[in-house]
Write a protein that binds this ligand. Structure first.
Ligand code: F0G
Length: 467
């Protein structure tokens, strides 16, 4: 049962196959370079791409655009305090702005930052601040993804391996670890959730190391939903209660409002009221003013602050989050029924496909994930994103393709179209028609190459060389 009906609509269309093939070539086989007009079902990201509610649109009109002391900021502060439990806020234009504010204040040259798994912008900001990001997922979770394993032992596959954090401290010295980070849900590890128990143990290890315990709370509401569904200790709690409990372990949260803030833009850092965190708050506030804007708007318009204040409250409503996670699970089921190797259980915001298993003929150095992303666009105008060796060079990640569902946006027939598109791609695969890819041009930072690199099909070059 769906919890919403549409009030405002956006027209979309599926261009002809020839046109899609031409678009792909023009985009250098990089779907970040495609015009959205040529995309039929856009599953590139769930970030800032969702549909706002009528209450959010109504709240926009109340935006107080004052530079300082905006009442909209007060309303946002109240919402963050009620929903997440943080009163000291540094607003930012989006998640990575908040990351720049926080990690720039926390991390110095030569530091190490453990995280259950860094998202790409988090990795880049830790590196930019002079630190070394260290991923500490559970080995069993990574192996589970590769072997396609499912079941109860994968209930909280997003967890941080706290022993790896202790080992890192033994190796580099606790004084070189300014922060321990847990990302809810674990976006780079198939959107898998993290248990409340794990967050409590992460807090303990941060205390042992005298480090600040940070939660990247981008998808905190989806994570809380999974906890309630899977941990008997929380079976009778509301999603809102679980969220508060889980976030209460953190010294600080870093948040992209474009996810569980249910808005198109915005973010913030929240810092706990422990006096030991006063210095961190002061530094973060200063960096906020320097990079984002004054403390009562931080790169957002007053109306954006209002929309996020409403969105945060909606994100923990039972009907919202059940509808949201349920839709993602349905897409996962539809693909699994068609023998597409999807990571199970399905994550909260996206279905992750094991591209190495789906396209076994394409070797890792020819980016099977990116090849699949390109095929999905050519065959059905569907845009997903590669999160494997193309997006994360020099790390040992599984070759995943992510299909992220924008919130409250698509319906069952869109999901059906995605499933049918996979059938067409499978037919082409079986006919041996899918080529691997190679990079032609790779500008800038390695961490960000998937946003702008240009590729070409290996088969095309081989054909030209043979001529
Ligand atoms: N942290 C996590 C876990 C994220 O998933 C993202 C963004 C950010 C931080 C940065 O937030 O985009 O507002 O600057 N993830 C998006 C994605 C882009 O597609 O998963 P942002």
């Amino acid at each position: 049962m769906r919890a919403y009906k549409s009030k405002v609509v956006s027209p979309i269309q599926l261009p002809e196959r020839d046109e899609r093939a031409a678009n792909l070539e023009r985009a250098g086989y990089n779907v970040f370079e495609l015009d959205s007009e040529g995309v039929y079902v856009d599953l590139l990201t769930d970030s800032g791409t969702g549909t706002m509610s009528e209450s959010q649109w109504a709240a926009l009109m109340k935006g107080d655009e004052s530079y300082a002391g905006s009442t909209s900021f007060e309303r946002l502060q109240e919402a963050i305090s009620d929903v997440m439990g943080f009163e000291r806020i540094v607003p930012a234009h989006q998640g990575r702005g908040a990351e720049n504010v926080l990690y720039g204040a926390l991390v110095s040259e030569g530091d190490y930052v453990p995280n259950n798994t860094h998202f790409d912008t988090t990795r880049a900001h830790v590196t930019n601040a002079g630190g070394e990001p260290v991923d500490c997922p559970l080995d069993a979770s990574v192996e589970g993804i590769e072997s396609g394993e499912e079941g109860e032992n994968r209930n909280f596959a997003g967890d941080l391996d706290v022993e790896k954090v202790r080992e890192l401290a033994a190796e580099v010295g606790a004084e070189r670890i300014p922060a321990v980070v847990v990302t809810l849900t674990n976006n780079s590890l198939a959107g898998q959730p993290v248990s409340v128990e794990n967050v409590r143990r992460a807090r303990e290890v941060a205390d042992e190391l005298d480090a600040v315990f940070v939660i990247d709370a981008c998808r905190f509401a989806e994570n809380a939903f999974f906890v309630r569904e899977r941990d008997p200790a929380f079976a009778d709690a509301s999603v809102a209660e679980v969220a508060r409990e889980q976030l209460s372990s953190a010294d600080a949260v870093v948040m992209s409002g474009k996810k569980d803030g249910l808005v198109n833009v915005g973010g913030f850092v929240g810092i706990g009221d422990d006096p030991a965190l006063d210095g961190l708050y002061d530094r973060a506030r200063e960096r906020g003013i320097l990079f984002e804007g004054f403390t009562t708007y931080g790169g957002m318009a007053g109306r954006d602050l209002e929309a996020m204040a409403v969105g945060l409250r909606e994100a923990v409503e039972e009907r919202y989050v059940a509808d949201r996670v349920g839709q993602v699970q349905r897409l996962g089921d539809m693909l699994a029924e068609r023998d597409v190797p999807v990571v199970r259980p399905t994550g909260g915001h996206a279905v992750y496909v094991d591209a190495a298993a789906f396209l076994p003929e394409i070797p890792a150095e020819q980016f099977p994930g990116q090849a699949l992303v390109c095929e999905l666009y050519r065959e059905g105008g569907v845009r997903g994103v590669e999160l494997g060796s193309f997006a994360f060079p020099d790390t040992d990640r599984p070759e995943l393709v992510r299909l992220a569902l924008p919130r409250r946006t698509y319906g069952a027939d869109h999901l059906e179209h995605v499933a049918e598109t996979f059938e067409s791609v499978a037919e082409r695969r079986d006919a041996g028609e899918i080529s691997g890819l190679e990079i032609v041009e790779e500008p800038g930072m390695a961490e960000l190459r998937h946003f702008s690199a240009e590729l070409r099909p290996v088969a095309e070059r081989e054909a030209t060389t043979a001529d």
